[in-house]
Design a protein around this ligand. Sequence first.
Ligand SMILES: O=C(O)CO[C@@H](C(=O)O)[C@@H](OCCCCCc1ccc2ccccc2c1)C(=O)NCCCCCc1ccc2ccccc2c1
Ligand SMILES: [Mg+2]
Ligand SMILES: [Mg+2]
Length: 315
Amino acid sequence: KIIKCDRSTQTRCYEFLNMTSRSFAAVIQNLDVELRDVICLFYLILRGVDTIEDDMTIPIEKKDPLLRDFYKILRVEGWRFEENGDQERDRQLMLEFYVVIDEFLRLKEKYQNILTNMCKRVANGMADCATHAAHNADGLITLEDFDKYCHYVAGLPGIGLTQLFIASGLETELTEKDEALANSMGLFLQKVNITRDYLEDVSHGRWYWPKAIWSQYTSDLSALPNPGNEMAALNCLSAILLNALQHVTQNLTYMSRLHNQSVFEFCAIPQVMAIATLTLMFRNIDVYRKVVKIRKGQALSVSILKLRDNAYRLD
Ligand SMILES: O=C(O)CO[C@@H](C(=O)O)[C@@H](OCCCCCc1ccc2ccccc2c1)C(=O)NCCCCCc1ccc2ccccc2c1
Ligand SMILES: [Mg+2]
Ligand SMILES: [Mg+2]
């Protein structure tokens, strides 16, 4: 059996990780060797699925089956996707997706099974919501719709990550019972993202803010940035941030169960960045004018990790 010793496809995967993720690249590369490759690939696979979900130039008749069958593509060597219309940043990843597939097929079987199962559940959930949104111009209506959508795109990745932490043997206090807490970890990050990306999403016809919240302040979600609506806009912003904030206590409980230093940092740093983003957005009208961002995610993660290393040196 010829063991392929050129690890160029692995190197290419980490180039894609750094190309497509500001906030996760540093904390994924900081993980213990047992988890680093599988979580890098988990990220790239779901980034691929999300690129299809986010692309508003793909008609729903094509998008729905493409999402639902995506998990099968993980075993189609050589597969690539060329039709990305409005997703510039992830375009190269899709053109060379066969690199992700090559590396996925080299993973231990227990990791392949977790990634395949999670990819299927996330993509099916996205397809369900995309089809519902295609027939409902107002997007998500109830608070339950909001939590269900965030469960599919971020809660399930959190549940999958928890399964990987357990399967790796690095986290023994976590159990499948902690699904609600793992779900909450993802919901918080996703809700802060959805709040921050208001203008970019609304300008692309993606309506993620739940009507149950915004309809108390305006009859049209896209009218909030209009002059004269400042008070309504700020009060609506406070209401949606309060909805996100409800997850923080559960997230502290989840993180209190972690014992591996690199897993803790992988979980805690995105949470800290999300709390900083939430604070920056609180009653900040700029949310309706641009995408408000804390210092570049990557730089922040790296500086926190450097702080840790220096702290060790001081001990
Ligand atoms: O297009 C964009 O740039 C943003 O897309 C957002 C969207 O389209 O809604 C949206 O796309 C979601 C679907 C695809 C990506 C899911 C993902 C994210 C981070 C990962 C980290 C490691 C491993 C796997 C990962 C998978 C997005 O990226 N939202 C950011 C929040 C996602 C949080 C998932 C997550 C990450 C780390 C966690 C750690 C611990 C517990 C739960 C966790 C849960
Ligand atoms: Mg998306
Ligand atoms: Mg996206």
